[in-house]
Each structure stands twice: as structure tokens, then as C-alpha cells.
Design a binder for this molecule. Structure first.
Ligand SMILES: *Cc1c(COP(=O)(O)O)cnc(C)c1O
Length: 359
């Protein structure tokens, strides 16, 4: 029988279990969880597992993925959220395929309004505020003027403020930045006579703090991908309590298995990626080449399940591993399995050369 390697094996029950853990943890604090599907490229079974685990909505950063979810899932009360602040050139699709979008540019929100008028829809907007990470968001001192312009738009419903942390600047959620956000929403409510009561407080990076000390009561929602899917505490990449780290495993096939000197022979320059690899090993090693490469995977994000195997490096289409110490009696055609980090999973799920199977 033909098997399709390389592949990602997804353990759906582990995703449901991880989701339940996070949903319950947040639910105890009155916070709802939106499941972020982008790392899994909006895989339908993964999205369904998140829903089965109790997320209140689904979110993705690519409008193509939201379209796919909307067309293939029975969503009823489930809201779809566009995570990446929208491009001017995609506002029609955003209004069509997302119920809510995160935004920071008035020009784009006005275009979303035009699109919403055209389609006879109301589009919900969360206004992103930069509380320190320096990725997307209005600076706090420009917030009032921005809100004022949004409130004039007939088919845009501003539902609250949001922020994103730990993505560009690596700034962690703190009392200070969380309270700043809550305080800004209070001030907007007072100034404009509103009662916005929705704050989208962050991503997986907020969960360790939520678990340890809690978040301000006014935070109502978190957008979570990584901790649900990979069970990681994203502050230190340690396991997050009571979650599985192996809901996704990569399986790749041995295409060459030979004893070779560890040291290359000949005058050395750069490899195909402009790097000069230092190899400290000596002697003869048993080395396997697997049929997967950097086109499909971030090789530095792979952890072999067999702890005695070591990833040595890779090129576009080949992954080289040292299997000298493995207790298995390996042969060509055998499959080796790896855990994946965020970057490795992201790339594998979006590679058209990696298939997905489900347990
Ligand atoms: C990717 C993303 C998330 C989810 O991040 P995780 O670390 O996977 O939980 C949340 N919000 C925004 C704006 C994102 O782009």
C-alpha cells in the first residue's frame, strides 16, 4: 500500500482535552476563549476539536482560511474573527467571511464600512491598542480621535478594545499593560457615553499569568492557538500544566541509512542556505536521511520522540539525523517521529508536500 510520507499525525482527543483545560481555566475567571486555527492552517478536524472543547469562536489571520471554515463548518452561533489587521484590498472578503475583525487603521475601517453597506451587513470591529509590544495597534494618545471617527460609521459596530503581546517586542502581559487597556476602555465609555464591555486581552502569552495571578476582571476574551494545539507555556516553552505536547507528530521516512564519517571531507564553504555548519562530532556515525526538508519544516523546531536520535541539519528536501545511539534496528523505509514547535508546525501544515492524518 502507498503511504504518504511525510505526514502530520493529529491526535484529535488530545486537542479536545487541551481545549477543555484552557476553556475551563479561563471560564473560572469569566473569560471566553476564541480558538486560533492559523497554526493548523484552519484544518477542519482541528477546528471542530476546538469547538468540541468549548471555544466560543474561531479566529484566523488569513481570510482564505476563514472562508474555508465558513463554507465547510456548520457554524450557527459561532463567530469568525479575522486576526490580522485587514488589508485595504481585502475588505470585501473580510466583511463576507468574518463576523469580527481586529483593526488599527481608520482608513481600513472606513473601507470595511463601505463594504458592509454594500453587503447590507453590520461588521464588528475590535480596535487594537499598542500597549507596548509595538506590533499592531493605535497608540494610546491617539485613541480618542480614532474612536470618534469609527463611531461615525453606520455599518461598523465597535465592540471593544484589544491588544496583542509577546509577538514582536516579546513584551509580556503585566498589571500595568492590562490595566492600561481597561482604563482606556473606561475612559472611552465615559467620553463617548458608550458601554463597551468587551476586551480582547491577548493570546497564549496571557495564560500563564491568568493561571498564576488572574487577569483584571474587565478582560473578557483571549485568542488562543499555541497553548491549545501544542500544550506549551509560550513564555518559556515549558509544558503548560495539564496539557498534551504531542497532539501533533511529524512522521518522516528514512531514504538513506549509512555509516559515514561525522566530519565532511574537502575544502568547505557555505551550505545552500548561506550558513557554515560547525560539526564537532568525530568518528564514524550511523546517519539517516529523511525525505523531508526545509521547504516543509523548520528543522530547528523538531524534537525526535526517540531521545537517542539527534537532528544534525537539513537542506531544502533532506533532513539528516544521527541515529548511532538509537536502540531501534532501523532500516530504509522506516518512519521516525518528531514533536514540533510553533514554527515547525506552522510550516508543516502549510506545506503541500506534508499530508495530515488523524488518530
Ligand atoms: C496568532 C495570533 C493569536 C494567537 O496566538 P497564539 O500565541 O497562537 O495563542 C492571537 N492574536 C493575534 C492577533 C494573532 O495574530
Amino acid at each position: 500500500m502507498e503511504v504518504n510520507n511525510p505526514k502530520i499525525e493529529v491526535d484529535i482527543n488530545k486537542i479536545i482535552s487541551n481545549t477543555e483545560e484552557i476553556v475551563n481555566l479561563a471560564g473560572n475567571e469569566g473569560i471566553e476563549i476564541t480558538g486560533v486555527t492559523k497554526v493548523a492552517c484552519a484544518d477542519l478536524k482541528v477546528a471542530k476539536a476546538m469547538l468540541a472543547g468549548g471555544v466560543k469562536g474561531l479566529a484566523d489571520s488569513r481570510i482564505e482560511n476563514l472562508k474555508y471554515l465558513q463554507e465547510n463548518l456548520d457554524l450557527e452561533d459561532i463567530q469568525l474573527m479575522m486576526l490580522r489587521i485587514s488589508m485595504l484590498s481585502e475588505v470585501n472578503k473580510v466583511v463576507k467571511y468574518a463576523d469580527i475583525s481586529l483593526n488599527s487603521e481608520v482608513k481600513v475601517i472606513k473601507a470595511l464600512n463601505e463594504a458592509a453597506i454594500k453587503f447590507g451587513k453590520k461588521h464588528k470591529v475590535i480596535l487594537m491598542v499598542d500597549v507596548g509590544d509595538r506590533r499592531e495597534g493605535v497608540m494610546p494618545d491617539k485613541l480618542f480621535s480614532t474612536v470618534k471617527e469609527i463611531l461615525d460609521l453606520s455599518n461598523i459596530k465597535l465592540i471593544g478594545l484589544g491588544t496583542n503581546l509577546a509577538c514582536f517586542g516579546g513584551v509580556l502581559p503585566s498589571d500595568r499593560n492590562m490595566e492600561l487597556l481597561v482604563d482606556l476602555q473606561d475612559k472611552i465609555n465615559q467620553k463617548f457615553g458608550l458601554n463597551l464591555n468587551y476586551i480582547s486581552g491577548g493570546n497564549s502569552s496571557s495564560l500563564p499569568r491568568l493561571k498564576k495571578v488572574g487577569l483584571p476582571e474587565a478582560i473578557s476574551q483571549l485568542r488562543v492557538g499555541e497553548t491549545i494545539l501544542l500544550g506549551s507555556n509560550v513564555i518559556n516553552r515549558e509544558p503548560f500544566p495539564n496539557t498534551y505536547q504531542d497532539a501533533f507528530l511529524l512522521a518522516a521516512e528514512i531514504i538513506e541509512l549509512k555509516d559515514k564519517p561525522a566530519q565532511p571531507e574537502g575544502k568547505r564553504g557555505q551550505n545552500a542556505f548561506g550558513e557554515e555548519n560547525l560539526i564537532n562530532k568525530t568518528g564514524i556515525r550511523q546517519r539517516a536521511i529523511l525525505g523531508i526538508g526545509r521547504q516543509d519544516i523548520a528543522i530547528e523546531g523538531l524534537t525526535p520522540i526517540d531521545e537517542k536520535i539527534e537532528v544534525e541539519g537539513g537542506s531544502s528536501d533532506h533532513l539528516i539525523v544521527d541515529v548511532t545511539k538509537s536502540n531501534r534496528d532501523l532500516k530504509v523505509g522506516d518512519v521516525l517521529k518528531f514533536k514540533l514547535n510553533y514554527g515547525a508546525l506552522l510550516r508543516a501544515m502549510t506545506s503541500q508536500y506534508v499530508t495530515t492524518t488523524y488518530l
